[in-house]
Design a protein around this ligand. Structure first.
Ligand SMILES: Cc1cc2nc3c(=O)[nH]c(=O)nc-3n(C[C@H](O)[C@H](O)[C@H](O)COP(=O)(O)O)c2cc1C
Length: 480
């Protein structure tokens, strides 16, 4: 047996309950090389990209000694869980390069933007120097691991394991898909430039409130500080700012209680619920993000992860806003697109997604002013804007999920019913039955256990049928 090694970096904070870990463990059984699982979320890495604390160094050492790294994670608001982004931020900040090595991804999700997320993982992997061999996108459920299309998921796992085996055997490194981007744009320490404003401030009427949510402390981010100064100056309405870096917002732990509790309240005791309430009170919402690790800064990302309960039932309908991505040069377009989709998923009408770098400073300053004026108009005139494909897709994905799982997503169910969002019939009498069963905790437990047993039995039968033709891998798990 060769000494080559495959490393599964697990980013889900859901530990042993993680659907992606469960899926990766299935895949690992077909590897011909030894493999290990490292829990990145458990390492509790700091948000400071320059800090090289011992848990980070231990993960780094494992990445350096592994021949292939498999990013293993649940989709977490159109990217990885922020706990995994802390790792990416550090890898980029310290200029680490894994050229000659292979990366792949195993992701579970509800298939809302799974293609976008996996494409970002390919991008990030290639910027770190890896050759990207492929990925598995499986539907994951907090109780049952991977679900739906189970046969397809298992086949995809075996195919990816086979590709990893062959790649490690002959040393093949796949060609890049993305050209390298200057490292500074990927690091969270790089910030865009500030800009000046020529026009005088407008007279305030203060009849509405615009809330700006930004990740980085403004005293350390000139671009974002200028954007915010511009909004304050050119909006007739009153403007409030939340600098998340200075607020106490921990990462989402993936307990799903915001979905299952009827009131949708997050169980974490920090400032999130107060900010969420405030989002519901204001009229306009603006997200200002700084690019980092191919997405937005980890302070904003941690907050957006926590808003998961809002995306399910877009309760910020009737509000208007816009988004801006700064500090990422050519990466701002994707980051702005990301922020636009996320803001729209809350129900807020996003009137613009701006990027700073491609414009000259004067044009950018003018554009920000015009968009601020438009936001005031949109709020006054209640602009009607049709949902586009991305948002329709996500809304329907969630709605169908709710319809198919009945009371399992209790809070969603109530919201969707009250807002008459079930415009297609739900499957037969299943929902009525589900709601009945899920009225009792005892029944709920019984139902989950029964489903788990059914899934496990079906999986074992499929595996037995597969083993009549093929074999398991020869690799073994290396204990941590
Ligand atoms: C905070 C949060 C954000 C999520 N974001 C997405 C998403 O953007 N797209 C998606 O399809 N599923 C999303 N999901 C669903 C999870 O990705 C899915 O349940 C996955 O199987 C969880 O994997 P894990 O158990 O390994 O964490 C999200 C779940 C949570 C809790």
């Amino acid at each position: 047996m060769t000494t080559k090694k495959v490393l599964f970096l697990c980013g889900s904070p859901r530990r042993k309950g993680s659907a992606s870990l469960y899926t990766a463990k299935y895949l690992a059984r077909f590897l011909d090389y030894d493999y290990e699982f490292v829990d990145v979320a458990k390492a509790k890495l700091s948000t400071d990209p320059s800090e090289t604390e011992p848990p980070f160094l231990r993960i780094l050492e494992r990445m350096q000694t592994a021949d292939a790294t498999v990013w293993t994670f649940g989709a977490w608001v159109l990217f990885v869980p922020v706990q995994m982004q802390y790792l990416l931020d550090k890898l980029f900040a310290h200029g680490h390069d894994f050229s000659g090595k292979i990366a792949a991804a195993v992701m579970t999700s509800v298939h809302a933007h799974d293609d976008f997320i996996l494409d970002r993982m390919r991008f990030v992997s290639e910027q770190l120097g890896f050759g990207y061999i492929g990925d598995v996108s499986a539907e994951g459920n907090p109780f049952f691991g991977y679900t739906e299309d189970e046969e397809v998921t298992e086949d995809s796992c075996r195919i990816l394991a086979g590709q990893l085996n062959r790649t490690l055997a002959d040393g093949y490194v796949p060609a890049r898909h993305y050209p390298p981007v200057e490292r500074k744009y990927l690091t969270s320490t790089y910030r865009g430039p500030g800009f000046s404003m020529d026009e005088p401030p407008v007279t305030k009427t203060n009849d509405k409130t615009i809330l700006i949510v930004t990740g980085n402390r403004l005293s350390e981010d000139s671009a974002n500080a200028s954007v915010i100064e511009s909004i304050r100056r050119y909006s007739r309405n009153s403007v409030e700012v939340i600098e998340l870096q200075d607020r106490h917002i921990g990462p989402c732990v993936g307990c799903y209680l915001c979905d299952f509790n009827v009131d949708g309240i997050c169980v974490r005791k920090d400032e999130y619920e107060a900010i969420k309430r405030h989002l519901h009170q204001v009229d306009g919402i603006v997200f200002v993000g700084t690019c980092s690790s191919g997405m937005v800064d980890c302070h904003l990302k941690a907050f957006l992860d926590r808003c998961w309960g809002i995306y399910h039932r877009p309760s910020l309908k009737g509000k208007y806003g816009f988004v801006i991505a700064t500090g990422g040069g050519p990466l701002e377009a994707e980051a702005a697109r990301y922020l636009r989709v996320v803001l729209t998923m809350t129900g807020t009408r996003c009137i613009a997604a701006l990027t700073q770098s491609a414009a000259d400073a004067h044009d950018f300053a003018t554009t920000v002013r015009r968009v601020v004026e438009d936001l005031d108009r949109a709020l006054d005139e209640k602009w009607q804007i049709a949902d586009r494909f991305e948002i329709r897709g996500v809304t329907r994905t969630f709605r169908d999920l709710v319809a198919a799982t009945g009371m399992m997503l209790r809070a969603d169910y109530r919201f969707y019913k009250e807002h008459r969002m079930f415009d297609t019939p739900s499957p037969g009498g299943v929902n009525a039955l589900m709601r009945l069963l899920f009225k009792s905790k005892k029944m709920e437990k019984w139902l989950i256990a029964m489903q788990q047993a059914r899934i496990a039995k079906a999986r074992e039968e499929r595996l037995t049928a597969y083993l009549q033709r093929c074999r398991l891998g020869e690799g073994e798990e290396i204990p941590c």
